[in-house]
Design a protein around this ligand. Structure first.
Ligand code: AMP
Ligand code: ZN
Length: 145
């Protein structure tokens, strides 16, 4: 794809129609087969849900790295932060808001918490359905590992 097809943050727009019905401009507007987090959204795999909106879901990480470790995801499938940001900035803002609301509900907002989007394999992303890690309840080190 030539650079003129890239959007203003240099990212290829999300492909539409990857898995059937997709409304214009919504990117990956459907559950993707074999996506772990799409299966959690569908209820096919259990998760401890802590918050939900019409377009987002928050649930506890199965392998927590801090006393509070919650994942916040969009219900539509986007593989990573860049594809979400380039396709639906409003939905990205909804993730940020839900991360803050989860931190407040968990009692870690005042003391401080960390939001992490691992993006790409080298950064440690293992599930390619974009997710914000909301971590809190202990002092965080910097630089991250
Ligand atoms: P990442 O490595 O950034 O892609 O994060 C994926 C996260 O998903 C990891 O922290 C895993 O512990 C978490 N995870 C994997 N499977 C599940 C599951 N079934 N329920 C909740 N969290 C999960
Ligand atoms: Zn998915």
């Amino acid at each position: 794809m030539s650079s003129q097809h890239l959007n203003d943050i240099g990212h290829e727009p999300a492909v539409e129609g990857v898995c059937g019905e997709s409304s214009p401009g919504r990117g990956y507007d459907c559950a993707v087969a074999d996506c772990l987090f799409c299966k959690i959204i569908a209820g096919d795999i259990p998760a401890e849900r802590v918050a939900e909106s019409s377009r987002t879901l928050a649930f506890r990480d199965i392998n927590p790295q801090a006393p509070t470790h919650v994942l916040v995801i969009p219900k539509d499938h986007y593989p990573d932060l860049g594809s979400l940001a380039s396709s639906d900035a409003g939905l990205l803002a909804e993730l940020a808001l839900q991360a803050q609301q989860v931190a407040e509900a968990e009692g870690v907002a005042a003391g401080g918490y960390r939001v992490v989007f691992n993006t790409g394999a080298e950064a440690g992303q293992t599930v390619f359905h974009v997710h914000a890690h909301v971590l809190g309840g202990r002092r965080m080190a910097w630089p991250p590992g």
